[in-house]
Each structure stands twice: as C-alpha cells, then as structure tokens.
Design a protein around this ligand. Structure first.
Ligand SMILES: Cc1cc2nc3c(=O)[nH]c(=O)nc-3n(C[C@H](O)[C@H](O)[C@H](O)COP(=O)(O)O)c2cc1C
Length: 439
C-alpha cells in the first residue's frame, strides 16, 4: 500500500513528491506545511515545484574553496562508515547543496580492488563533486590508492582519515593516533598530494585533536598539512580518548583557524541544527562546517544549513508523513545503489530509530520497521503509521546517534614513547594496513 497523500493543507507537498516518484524523477525534500516560511521577501521560499528558491539575503560565508573546487554552501557531510553511501548522499543532496563525502575506504582494499571498496567509491552519475575518504598507515599504499582514484577519474576530492578512534584502527597506529608520528604523517600527506596533483584532485585532512589531552597533535598537523599542499583541514574537536563522549571543543577549532591561515579550516563536532552551525562559525571563525550525526535520520538538515548559510531563517519541520516519504525515497535509492532489495533494506534498518526520534511511533511499529525486508513491506508499514502527526518539536532535535563514554585508546606497543617511528613499526607498515572497510 503506498503512503497516502495528506487530506489536509499538506496535500500539495505529499502529492508533489508522489507525482515526481511516479514519473521516475528525483523528488526533492520540501518544506512541510509546518515549515516557517517568513512573510517578508528576504527569506528563501518553498516554491510550487517543491524546491527552495534562492534567497535575496547576504550569505553568511563566502563559498568554500577546496583546491579547484568551489562549494557554494560551506557545508560538508562528514564521512560516516555504514551511513554515507551513494544513496544517503543523494538523499542529502536532494535537500541542499554542499560537499558530500563517501564512507572511508582503506587504501589497501582499494589497491586490491576489493568489490566492497569499489562499491564505496561509486558515485551516482549526477554527483558532483565526487568526494571519497581514504584511510591508511603506509605512505606507499596510500599513494597507490590515491593514484588509482585520481588517475582513473573516480573522484574530484580525496579526504584523508586521521580521525577514527576505533580500536581496530588505532591498534595499528591509524586514524586519530597517526599524526603523533610526525614523520609518518608527513610521509602519508606527501605521497597522497604527489599522487593526486597531476590530476588536479585536491587532498584534504580530517583529524581529531590528538590521542588524549596530554598528546595533542592538531595544531602541528594543521600546519604540516598546509605546508605540504593539502587543500583544507577539518577538525573534530575531540581526542581519540573521548570517542564520542562529552562535548566537542570548538575552542580548539578557533585555535586551529588562527594558526592555519592559507587553507580553509572546517569545524566538526556536535552540530545538531543549522543554528549550531552558524554558532560554530561565529565562535571559531571556521570557513565551513562538517556535519555527521546531526543528519542521521534528518537528511533535510542540509536544506536548513543551505538556508541558514544563505541568511534565511526557513527551516524544515517535517510531519510524520514527510518523514515516511523520505524513508521511502531512502529505501528506493538504497535498492538502486545495492541492486539487491534485501541488502538494501538491511542497510536501511539502522536508520529507522534515527528517523523516528521524537515522533509518536509505537514500539511494535518501530520494531517491525527495523526488521523490514522488502519495499512492499516498507510501504505497508509506513502506510499504517498515523501520518498526520505534526513535527514534534524539541523531541526530534538535539543530540542523536553515537555517544558513549571515554575510552583509553588502544595503541601499538610503545606508541607514546616517541614521536618517531620505531624501526620495528616501520618494517610492519605494509602489514598494518587494513583491508577491511569501516570507521
Ligand atoms: C557511524 C559513524 C561512522 C563514522 N565513520 C567515519 C569515517 O568513515 N571517517 C571519518 O573520518 N569519520 C567517521 N566518523 C566521524 C564523523 O565523520 C564525525 O567526525 C563525527 O561524528 C563528529 O561529527 P558530528 O558531531 O557532527 O557527528 C563516523 C561517525 C559515525 C557516528
């Protein structure tokens, strides 16, 4: 059973989406009837074709320039393993403009051309710029992976992961704990930039503050990145030890912005709304923001961000019907991406709790949706919801996704003893590369 159109003033929105879907078009996520469209002429407006028209107000920031790329809205979708596949990125792009980074891919898996790594760097033909994130600990392997991507024209932007705090990564000296080894960090950046440069593909760095409060690396790493030809740096204002606990330190982003003056500095951590993004820019002076968990189950946040950076106060406030339509669209894009319904639905399941945060959806319905296996079942379950429920306000806002408590980082033996690489570890670098994906 398809999701029925609303019988109230929201009809135009729902009908617009289903008409577009029948025609095989890409239905945009549109402001719901509860969206606060200002009466004055300054704000961006929801138009009859369901798009948000260009505002006439002054943008908050100039476009973001990453090497040769110009990103009109200085917003990046944070790479998130298991989340930011081509389907989710497209859903976000349908809401607003920005730079949408794929899930991280390990350099070794790429060099081996594993089917999973090739899927991760796949892009929808309409996706521009195409952005991927590479993880690795061995300069030669990272260089080879970057060469593969750039020389085969598989992406327009390559981000390097120095932010992952997962034990499977840090125990091999990778992710957030790598910049501690200055020479290794320099080696990876040098290899990546050299491999990408002939193809005009910019390389950026995404990092955390450091290993823990006693082993901070971000200021040095930012300056090294700038010196070695990296096109932008993004800082998640937490240490590896913090994982996702506590609050991101925006003060550190401000300090990085003061130190790194020649390339854009992007701020990351705890942006849950467009207002948070504006506040981060105000507090830190950063050139753009990177948004992760805040858009899990809320791809329309990118419409809010675009509006906010354009100086408009229009915000999306979806009722349950629009949420259901978005989930359906997400499902459709997942099937297209994975080419297999069950796999697509399995991947969609994890998004359900995020989508319904704050909405009055009963436990049994949530559970059934979190076990969905086919598109027909998805339609039935969504159609059975009380779709006239309005936007629930605060209950749907604020923190979402991964949280937890601090954890002592798992490190290779003797890692903290010196900033230099031990001969032992140097010999093992190639083996330390992971061939699995994930972040
Ligand atoms: C499920 C999940 C997967 C993630 N995967 C990656 C990844 O592949 N690469 C990366 O650099 N960061 C990864 N991160 C970290 C995010 O990119 C981001 O830095 C972090 O969530 C902080 O931003 P936020 O507060 O906006 O969520 C991941 C985070 C989550 C929650």
């Amino acid at each position: 059973m398809p999701i029925p159109a609303a019988s109230t003033s929201g009809t135009r929105t729902a009908a617009t989406i289903s008409r577009a879907r029948r025609a095989g078009d890409t239905p945009p996520i549109v402001p719901s009837r509860a969206a606060e469209v200002p009466d004055d002429a300054d704000g961006a407006r929801g138009s009859d074709n369901g798009t948000v028209s260009a505002p006439t107000t002054t943008p908050v920031l100039p476009p973001l320039r990453i090497g040769p790329l110009t990103i009109d809205t200085p917003v990046e979708l944070a790479p998130m393993a298991g989340v930011t596949n081509a389907a989710f990125r497209r859903l976000c792009r349908e809401a607003g403009s920005g730079l949408y980074v794929a899930e991280m891919v390990t350099s070794r898996a790429l060099v081996e051309r594993t089917p999973e790594s090739m899927r991760i760097i796949e892009h929808d033909p309409s996706e521009r710029p195409r952005s991927v994130q590479v993880y690795g600990v061995d300069p030669a392997t990272v260089g080879a992976a970057v060469h593969l991507i750039a020389s085969e024209d598989r992406a327009d932007h390559i981000d390097l992961n120095f932010g992952c705090p997962a034990p499977k990564v840090t125990r091999r000296g990778g992710g957030a704990v790598l910049p501690w080894k200055s020479e290794l960090f320099r080696g990876i950046l040098t290899a990546a930039v050299a491999a990408a440069r002939p193809y005009g593909v910019p390389v950026t760095v995404k990092m955390r503050k450091g290993i823990d409060d006693d082993h901070l690396t971000y200021l040095e790493a930012g300056l090294v990145a700038q010196d070695l030809g990296v096109a932008a740096v993004a800082l998640h204002g937490r240490t590896a030890a913090q994982h996702y606990s506590g609050q991101a330190d925006w003060e550190a982003i401000a300090r990085l912005k003061e130190a790194v003056t020649d390339i854009p500095v992007l701020g990351n951590g705890d942006i849950w709304s467009a207002e948070d993004a504006l506040e981060m820019v105000r507090q830190t002076g950063c050139d753009g923001v990177v948004v992760g968990r805040g858009c899990q189950g809320r791809p329309w946040l990118f419409a809010d961000l675009q509006a906010a950076f354009n100086g408009s106060d229009v915000r999306i406030r979806p009722g349950l019907r629009e949420v259901a339509l978005t989930i359906r669209r997400h499902g459709e894009l997942m099937v297209e991406h994975f080419g297999e319904e069950l796999k697509a639905m399995r991947e969609l399941r994890k998004h359900m709790a995020w989508y319904f945060k704050g909405y009055p959806v009963g436990g049994a319905q949530r559970q059934a949706l979190a076990m969905v296996s086919t598109m027909a079942e998805l339609d039935d379950l969504l159609g059975a919801l009380d779709l006239d429920q309005p936007y629930p306000g605060e209950a749907a806002e604020g923190q979402r996704g991964r949280a937890g408590s601090p954890k002592r980082p798992v490190l290779p033996e003797g890692w903290l003893d010196s900033r230099e690489l031990s001969d032992d570890f140097r010999r093992q670098l190639h083996e330390a590369e992971l061939s699995i994906s994930g972040g």
